[in-house]
Design a protein around this ligand. Structure first.
Ligand code: TRP
Length: 335
């Protein structure tokens, strides 16, 4: 059943392969929504990726196919979702320039998501202007196709808020053109990293990737942080903040067994090895079908590029229509 009012748009920066945080934060929703919404777009945000990788464009272009593979392997269906590459839609850049006039420098500097990322990258005042302004270009990503339902991880909510401010200002200045956008976050809006950091992140080096093999998954789980005071099997252990239990709570389909294990662990008498082995299996069961499909798809990269090319052509058509409308309401349609 499709909901005629809903246009889904979402995207990933192609800076590396995607991990479990992407899966539970956004990809699962994308897969579900492509059946429910009237239209569904998936963007590979290479221009946004360049905002902090200007010195390394090859890293960005090389990862375009990787994020496409990750999404296809998770169940994004190109017949239902228009998959395209951001830099191939010049209207997104055009809209960005027009939207930039609706946003103050002070507002850009206040965005908590951007602030956080700037801190992480150690930019300070030397932040690239394009990076500081990426929420504005993200507004263009969303609005070029009149997207109004946006599956994102929790960290992106301040960006979505800023997009809505742009929608309001645009409509107030030029007349009702865009509708407000709604975010959808997954059941696990923010997944802890394997090191216990509150966020799993590409640059934090604490992720389990959708393409990781069994051995890699095992190593990552084995090195997970548990309870430092749980030294002997008999010692009572702590479950809260214990990464292994945090993951079991999220990924283990057998909730009652997990509750039982938690009780045992708290009482003492349950070793870390037992819960880690269990978690390895749980994650392997989740990733195995994704990895298998991914390997199959990766055998024919030309086919993947063809999917992106066809999706891009489709997105270009939509972009032209929106741009014509924007120019008209702004009275900058001259000829
Ligand atoms: N900023 C998003 C991220 O880092 C990626 C992205 C770019 C995006 N454009 C978008 C997400 C538009 C949703 C809608 O994950």
């Amino acid at each position: 059943m499709s909901n005629i009012d809903e246009i889904v748009l979402t995207g990933d920066r192609p800076t590396g392969k995607l991990h479990l945080g992407h899966l539970v934060g956004s990809i699962q929703n994308r897969v579900k929504l492509q059946d429910e919404a009237s239209k569904s777009f998936y963007m590979i945000a290479d221009v946004q990726a360049l905002t902090d990788n200007a010195d390394n464009p090859e890293k960005v272009s090389k990862n375009v196919i990787e994020v496409a593979l990750d999404n296809l392997a998770c169940g994004i269906n190109p017949k239902k979702t228009t998959m395209f590459i951001q830099s191939e839609i010049p209207e997104i850049a055009e809209l960005t320039v027009l939207f930039l006039n609706l946003v103050t420098l002070a507002r850009l500097k206040r965005n908590p998501t951007v602030k956080n990322e700037m801190k992480q990258k150690g930019y300070g005042e030397n932040v690239p202007a394009g990076f500081l302004a990426y929420p504005v270009s993200q507004a263009a990503d969303i609005l070029f196709c009149k997207g109004n339902l946006i599956p994102v991880g929790e960290d992106q909510l301040p960006v979505i808020e800023q997009v809505n401010e742009i929608v309001d200002d645009f409509n107030r200045f030029y007349g009702e053109t865009f509708s407000k956008v709604k975010h959808v976050v997954g059941d696990t809006p923010r997944l802890m990293g394997t090191d216990g950091n509150e966020k799993m992140g590409k640059s934090l080096n604490n992720g389990i990737y959708l393409s990781d093999d069994f051995e890699t998954i095992s190593k990552k789980v084995m090195s997970m942080y548990t309870d430092p005071k749980h030294i002997h099997v008999e010692d009572p252990g702590q479950v809260e903040g214990n990464v292994v239990f945090v993951y079991l709570d999220i990924f283990d389909p057998n909730k009652s067994e997990v509750e039982e294990l938690k009780k045992q662990y708290k009482k003492g008498g349950l070793g870390d090895m037992v819960i880690k082995k269990r978690l390895i299996n749980v994650i392997e069961n989740l990733i195995n079908p994704i990895r298998t499909k991914r390997e199959e798809l990766a055998k024919d990269p030309q086919k993947i590029m063809k999917i992106l090319e066809e999706g891009t052509i489709e997105a270009q058509k939509v972009a032209k229509e929106t741009m014509a409308e924007v120019k008209k309401v702004m009275r900058i349609n001259y000829f």
